[in-house]
Design a protein around this ligand. Sequence first.
Ligand SMILES: Nc1nc(=O)c2c([nH]1)NC[C@@H]1CN(c3ccc(C(=O)N[C@@H](CCC(=O)O)C(=O)O)cc3)CN21
Ligand SMILES: CC(C)C(=O)C(=O)O
Ligand SMILES: [Mg+2]
Length: 261
Amino acid sequence: MKRTTIATLRALKGAEKFSCVTAYDATFGHWVSESDVQVILVGDSLGMVLQGRDSTVAVTLDEMAYHTQCVARGNHSCLLMSDVPFMQAATVERALAAAEVLMQAGAEMVKIEGDERLVPVINALNAAGVPVCVHLGLTPQFVHRFGGYKVQGRDQATRTATLSAARALTEAGADLVLLECVPSDLAKQVTEAIDVPVIGIGAGADTDGQILVLHDMLGFNPHRLARFVKVYPGAPLAALNAYADDVARGNFPAPEHQFLD
Ligand SMILES: Nc1nc(=O)c2c([nH]1)NC[C@@H]1CN(c3ccc(C(=O)N[C@@H](CCC(=O)O)C(=O)O)cc3)CN21
Ligand SMILES: CC(C)C(=O)C(=O)O
Ligand SMILES: [Mg+2]
């Protein structure tokens, strides 16, 4: 049985595309880990998908810890990553405390939304032995600063800042980068510029891995789907394997799932 680690993903960079999905409970943790998908994210998207909110801002650290424990009990093979929720990485001290809670709940890596200003946080987590994924581009916890869920990096200043942040944060010790809703050519540039694996959502076909929200890809989301979503109908295990196969073969994302300019 596969047992995905950061080393596995690093070895895949430049060779084979990998796939990731969210999960929030033990049952889906189990089915994802039975599938060919390599990474599970306990996403703070649970605030929208499970709690019915219109953003992720209200999700608490206690809620993230609870869902991480649930998923960890069902998972037996995927790399398990959990989101640090809103405000919990606003200072180095808070980030260390939040990472302690999530790692002790069963996460093997934490994901933090932000920009280049996260460098001191990444340094401190790295020194403490916490693997980190930095989430750049459209960071949903910043929805009220962005004024909506809008593609980021269409202007030159944001493009330069995103590339610079990816470089500085991996230099500081980030083990993965996740890019959300950026033009495909920017994601390609970032993926080629850094040594660590890059996961994309709405970031085109050239990142090292892809991620989707589980309920979106299974067709369980009753709301308007973002452009980057592809629905895989059918029972969960078959759907997850079809998605993983599509990613591995370069069939997903197709042009209609991307922001090409
Ligand atoms: N169910 C679900 N799926 C997700 O992918 C997701 C969540 N929830 N919650 C947290 C964030 C929010 N996300 C979102 C939400 C909406 C768009 C969206 O509507 N994007 C427009 C882009 C418009 C533009 O600037 O061109 C789109 O058409 O896809 C994108 C990401 C991604 N994440
Ligand atoms: C959309 C993904 C990347 C995420 O952060 C989440 O599900 O919370
Ligand atoms: Mg999230």
